[in-house]
Unconditional design. Structure first.
Ligand SMILES: Nc1ncnc2c1ncn2[C@@H]1O[C@H](COP(=O)(O)OP(=O)(O)OP(=O)(O)O)[C@@H](O)[C@H]1O
Length: 680
C-alpha cells in the first residue's frame, strides 16, 4: 500500500515534521555544545566531563544520509502514550516543552512499531513506513492494523534490493517481528539463533548489542560488550553498523585477536583432536601433575628462633588446596597457609606477630624453596610444551581421556627446543587460553555476541564462554555452513561448551538471497545438514540464477564480470583459494579493474567494484552480483567442501552466475541448471 506522491499534502506535512525535528536536533546539539566542563572540581574530572560532552555532541550529529525517523504509529494505545509516535535512531525532543518528537527505536514503547500486526495491533490502528532517498523524505507506506491482511511491504523490498556498496548497513527501519523478539530478549537470557544464509542473523546480533547497550547502558559500559566474527573481512564488513546506531564502544574481534594469532599450521585431524572438549580434562590434569606430594617439613628461622612444621602437616595443607582453587591462587594460598602455621607456632611461644610477619614468612627463602619443589610456578606455555613433547607426561595427563593413538597424534613429530621457540597453532592457542584460566580466572564481559559460531571448536567455545561467564551471550550460526572438521552438529552442544543455558530460536525467512538461487544452493542441504529444512526467500528472484558450462573459464569469467559491472552494486568473483591469483591476473590482463581479498580476509587496498574472493573467506559476506568459478574445485578442496560451496552459493543479493568447465558436483547437478539467468 505505498502512499505519498510528490504533491501529496500529507507527504508535505511529513516533510515539514522532518524539518521541525531536524531543527530540534540542531538545538539539542547547540545546547550540548554550550555546556562547559569548567564546573568540574579538578583537572581529572574536567577531562572526563569534556570527553562525555564531546561524545554527547557527536551522538547528536544529524547525519544527512541517515533518516531522522523511519516510522510512525497512530492510534490510541493507552494512558500516557501519545496517539502519534515517530520512531527513529535516537530521541529528539522539543527543547522548550520537552515534547518528544522522535523516539529511539530501542525504547519500550517503540516495540509496537516492529511487533504490531493485524492479529495483535497492541492498541495501534496504523503503521506508516517512510521512504528516503539520500536524506530526503520521498514516500510513505501505510499498513492498517485493523484486522485486514497486510501485503508485503514495498519499502522493505526496496530496502533489501537497494544495491550494496561498501560495508553492511543497519536494518532498524525494517526489523521483522521474529528478529525483533531476538533483538529485545532480556540481558539475562542467552539467545542462540539457527538461521539459513541471509536470514539476518548477523544483523540481529548487532542490533541486539545496540539494544542491550541502550537498555542497560551503565552496567554494560562497565562490563563491556564484545562481538566475535570469523575473519578480518567480516569485521571490516560489519564495522560500520554499530557506530551508525550510535554505539562506538563495542569491541569487535576475531578468535585469533582474542587468543593470539597462530604461528604454525597443522593438519585438520590434529587440530580437531586438540579442539575436542576432552582436552579440558587433559590440561587440568597436566597442570596439577606439577603439584608434588611434599616429602619434607618446613623449617623457618627468625633471629635465634626456629619454627618447624612436620612433613605430614605440610602434606595436609597442600592436599586441602590441591584441585580446589585455581593453580596460581593455590600457590599463593599454600605459601600463606604455611606461614600462618608458623605464626601459630610463634604465638604458642608467647610472641605477638602481626599480619606483616605472616607475609614476610610467606616470602621467606625456606617457604619459597618448598613452594618451588611442591607447587612450582609454571606458565601455560611450559605446560603445553611438556604435554606435546613428553610422551610419558602426556600419557599421565591423558589417561582415561585419550587412547594411545590419539596421544601419539598429539605429540610433535619434531619437538621444538624449548617452550619459548615453540610455534603455536590456532588449536594450541585455545589450549593455552584454557591453561591460563586454570591458573588465573579470565575476566568476564557483560555480553558476548559470537557469529558463525558453528565453526568454533569446543575448546574455542570454552574460551569464549569464560569471557561471558558472569554475563550472557548471543550465539549466531547455521549448522549447514559449518566448514571446519570440528563444526558443531547441534546447538545444544555449543551452548554446553559455552557454559550458557540458552534457548535455540530459528530464523526461516531469507532476506539476502533470491528464491531461485536459494533453491539451487539448497540442493546441497541433504548432504551438509540432513536435519535442516530448506530455507525460503522473501523474493522469488526470477532471472537471478545462471549456471553455465563453458569451454574457457578465464574468458567466461571476464565476460561475466564485465556484464555484472554494467549493473549497479558490488560484484564478487568467488573462486577456489588456489585459483585466486590466476583469476586476478587474468582479469587484469583483460583490462578489468579488480581488488583481491587476502587469505585472512584483508582487502588489498584497491577500491575496485569487483573483488576476487577466496572461497574460504566468503563466509558472512554478501555482494549484489556473484560469479562462482568452478564449484567442483571448491567442493573438492577441503573435507567439508560441500558446506563451503553452500556458503559460496548463498552470497548473492541480486544475481548468481555459476561457471564450470568439467561439470558440477553431483549433489548440485540437475537437468534445469545450464540455462537462463543474468546475461543470457
Ligand atoms: N529485516 C530486514 N530488513 C532489511 N534487510 C534485512 C533484514 N534482515 C536482514 N536483512 C539483510 O539481509 C542480508 C543478510 O543479513 P545477514 O548478513 O545478517 O544474514 P545472516 O543470516 O547472518 O547470513 P549468513 O548466514 O550468510 O552470514 C543483509 O544485507 C541484511 O541487511
Amino acid at each position: 500500500m505505498p502512499g505519498g506522491t510528490h504533491d501529496d499534502p500529507e507527504l508535505a506535512a511529513e516533510r515539514a515534521y522532518l524539518t521541525d525535528a531536524r531543527a530540534a536536533l540542531r538545538r539539542m546539539r547547540e545546547h550540548a555544545e554550550a555546556q562547559s566542563a569548567d564546573t568540574a572540581a579538578d583537572w581529572v574530572s574536567r577531562q572526563f566531563l569534556e570527553s562525555l560532552l564531546d561524545e554527547r555532541v557527536a551522538a547528536l550529529a544529524d547525519r544527512p544520509d541517515a533518516p531522522l525517523f523511519f516510522g510512525r504509529m497512530d492510534g490510541a494505545p493507552g494512558p500516557g502514550v501519545p496517539g502519534t509516535l515517530y520512531i527513529g535512531r535516537r530521541h529528539v525532543h522539543d527543547g522548550a516543552e520537552g515534547r518528544p518528537l522522535v523516539l529511539d527505536w530501542r525504547a519500550p514503547v517503540a516495540r509496537a512499531f516492529y511487533q504490531a500486526g493485524p492479529g495483535d495491533p497492541l492498541g495501534w490502528t496504523r503503521r506508516r513506513r517512510f521512504g528516503f532517498q539520500g536524506g530526503a523524505l520521498t514516500a510513505f507506506e501505510d499498513e492498517p492494523l485493523d484486522g485486514r491482511a497486510l501485503g508485503p511491504s514495498a519499502i522493505l523490498t526496496a530496502e533489501i534490493e537497494r544495491p550494496r556498496t561498501g560495508p553492511m548497513r543497519d536494518i532498524v527501519a525494517t526489523i521483522q517481528p521474529e528478529q525483533d523478539a531476538l533483538v529485545r530478549a532480556d540481558l539475562t537470557v542467552t539467545v542462540c539463533v539457527q538461521g539459513a544464509p541471509g536470514t539476518g542473523k548477523t544483523a540481529v546480533g548487532l542490533h541486539r548489542a545496540a539494544y542491550l547497550l541502550f537498555a542497560h547502558r551503565e552496567r554494560l559500559a562497565r562490563s563491556g560488550v564484545l562481538i566475535v566474527g570469523p575473519n578480518r573481512a567480516f569485521l571490516a564488513y560489519i564495522a560500520a553498523v554499530l557506530p551508525a546506531l550510535g554505539e562506538v564502544s563495542v569491541e569487535q574481534a576475531t578468535v585469533d585477536d582474542l587468543l593470539g594469532a597462530p604461528a604454525a599450521a597443522e593438519d585438520a585431524a590434529t587440530a580437531a583432536l586438540k579442539g575436542d572438549a576432552r582436552m579440558a580434562d587433559v590440561l587440568r590434569r597436566a597442570l596439577w601433575l606439577h603439584v608434588r606430594k611434599p616429602e619434607d617439613g618446613l623449617l623457618v628461622t627468625r633471629g635465634v628462633n626456629r619454627y618447624r612444621l612436620a612433613d605430614h602437616e605440610v602434606r595436609e595443607i597442600a592436599a586441602a588446596l590441591r584441585g580446589t582453587v585455581r593453580y596460581g591462587n593455590g600457590r599463593a594460598m599454600f605459601a600463606q597457609r604455611l606461614a600462618h602455621q608458623i605464626l601459630v607456632r610463634m604465638e604458642r611461644r608467647g610472641e605477638a606477630p602481626d599480619d606483616r610477619v605472616q607475609d614476610q614468612v610467606a616470602r621467606s627463602r625456606p617457604v619459597k624453596e618448598l613452594l618451588d619443589r611442591v607447587w612450582p610456578k609454571v606458565t601455560p606455555e611450559q605446560v603445553l610444551y611438556r604435554l606435546l613433547s613428553d610422551a610419558d607426561f602426556l600419557a599421565d595427563a591423558a589417561r582415561g581421556a585419550l587412547d594411545p593413538a590419539e596421544q601419539a597424534a598429539l605429540l610433535w613429530t619434531k619437538p621444538y627446543r624449548s617452550h619459548r621457540s615453540a610455534k603455536w597453532t590456532r588449536a594450541d592457542r585455545a589450549l593455552l587460553d584454557e591453561l591460563a584460566d586454570l591458573t588465573e580466572r579470565t575476566p568476564s564481559l557483560g555480553h558476548l555476541v559470537a557469529d558463525e559460531a558453528q565453526d568454533l571448536s569446543p575448546m574455542q567455545l570454552r574460551a569464549l564462554g569464560r569471557r561471558c561467564a558472569n554475563g550472557s551471550a548471543t550465539v549466531l550460526g547455521d549448522l549447514a555452513q559449518g566448514t571446519t572438521p570440528w563444526s558443531a552438529r547441534s546447538w545444544k552442544e555449543v551452548l554446553e561448551h559455552l557454559g550458557q543455558d540458552g534457548e535455540v530460536a530459528e530464523l526461516a525467512t531469507g532476506f539476502r538471497v533470491p528464491g531461485t538461487v536459494l533453491d539451487f544452493a539448497a540442493r546441497l542441504l541433504p548432504h551438509v545438514a540432513p536435519g535442516l529444512a530448506a530455507p525460503r526467500s522473501l523474493r522469488a528472484g526470477a532471472g537471478a540464477l545462471a549456471v553455465r558450462r563453458v569451454p574457457d573459464l578465464a574468458a567466461a569469467v571476464a565476460r561475466a564480470a564485465a556484464e555484472a559491472l554494467e549493473r549497479p552494486g558490488s560484484v564478487a568473483l568467488i573462486a577456489p583459494d588456489a585459483a585466486v591469483a590466476g583469476h586476478a591476473a587474468a582479469l587484469a590482463a583483460a583490462g578489468i579493474a579488480r581488488g583481491v581479498l587476502g587469505p585472512d580476509g584483508a582487502p588489498d587496498g584497491t577500491d575496485a567494484r569487483l573483488l576476487v574472493v577466496p572461497a574460504t573467506v566468503a563466509k558472512g559476506l554478501e555482494y549484489d552480483h556473484v560469479i562462482v568459478a568452478e564449484p567442483a574445485a571448491i567442493a573438492a578442496a577441503e573435507e567439508r567442501g560441500l558446506a563451503r560451496l553452500y556458503v559460496v552459493l548463498t552470497r548473492a543479493v541480486s544475481t548468481l552466475t555459476v561457471l564450470h568447465t568439467g561439470g558440477l558436483p553431483a549433489a548440485l547437478a540437475g537437468r534445469d541448471v545450464d540455462a537462463g539467468g543474468p546475461g543470457s
